[in-house]
Design a protein around this ligand. Structure first.
Ligand SMILES: [Zn+2]
Length: 226
């Protein structure tokens, strides 16, 4: 079954946000294809070739990876992330497999334009599943392989995904308007068109109290006052 699809980063974000995923996702496992290498890359035909190999030779139901990244920055959706992949023995149930079309044992990541695209896709997956940078794992941690290539270092890779996150729109607060209106006194200042107001008086005037504040997720948990 052909499921691969070339998407932009924005489409990738929308896709993963809209997909219902009932399995628990704990980790993103990074791979390289080794063969085909970046030099072998022929666009989506290469992705189809990988799927045909996984289905025809390995006997899997679909491409073993959920996401593949081309050296030209292409992002390919492969196996739906709702379904467990076939990319890391003994660890498929709760992971997502992202594979760079490259051989990073020999090809230089610094000359690989798709590296950043892959890191942006991984940053989006971390955000979608509320995972930290430590949830990024390399295949070689779990198998006697070099995957995703000895020219990639895990610590640096995680750091670079963190840099991508810092620049992205990771925190998207939502504003909810209530049907009633009332005057609430709190300190507020308007700066460059942005209103900054002390939140606690507003929250308490609405009959709630602040239960938990997870700034890194952009989430404020309120509990109705008894
Ligand atoms: Zn691998």
């Amino acid at each position: 079954m052909a499921t691969e699809r070339l998407v932009t980063l924005a489409q990738f974000r929308t896709q993963i946000e809209q997909q219902r995923v009932s399995r628990q996702i704990n980790e993103i496992v990074v791979h390289h294809t080794w063969k085909p290498s970046a030099a072998d890359y022929r666009g989506i035909d290469t992705v189809r070739g990988v799927r045909r190999y996984h289905v025809g030779v390995r006997g899997w139901s679909d491409n073993g990876y959920h996401v593949m990244i081309g050296p030209d920055c292409s992002i390919f959706l492969c196996r739906p992330i709702a379904r467990a992949g076939a990319h890391v023995a003994g660890r498929n149930a709760h992971t997502i497999g992202v594979s760079f079309i490259a051989n990073f044992d020999h090809e230089e990541p610094t000359g690989y334009r798709g590296l950043r695209a892959g890191q942006q896709a991984i940053a989006a997956l971390l955000e979608r599943f509320n995972l930290g940078l430590n949830a990024i794992r390399f295949h070689r941690e779990f198998a006697p392989k070099t995957c995703p290539g000895m020219k990639l270092g895990l610590a640096q890779f995680r750091r670079e995904v963190g840099e991508v996150q810092g620049r992205g729109s990771r925190v998207r607060p939502k504003v909810v308007l209530l049907p009633e209106s009332s005057v609430i006194e709190c300190d507020a200042v308007v700066n460059d068109g942005v209103t900054r107001a002390a939140l606690r008086p507003v929250v308490e005037a609405l009959g709630y109290r602040i239960f938990d504040h997870r700034a890194e997720q952009g989430k404020l948990y309120l509990r109705r006052r008894q």
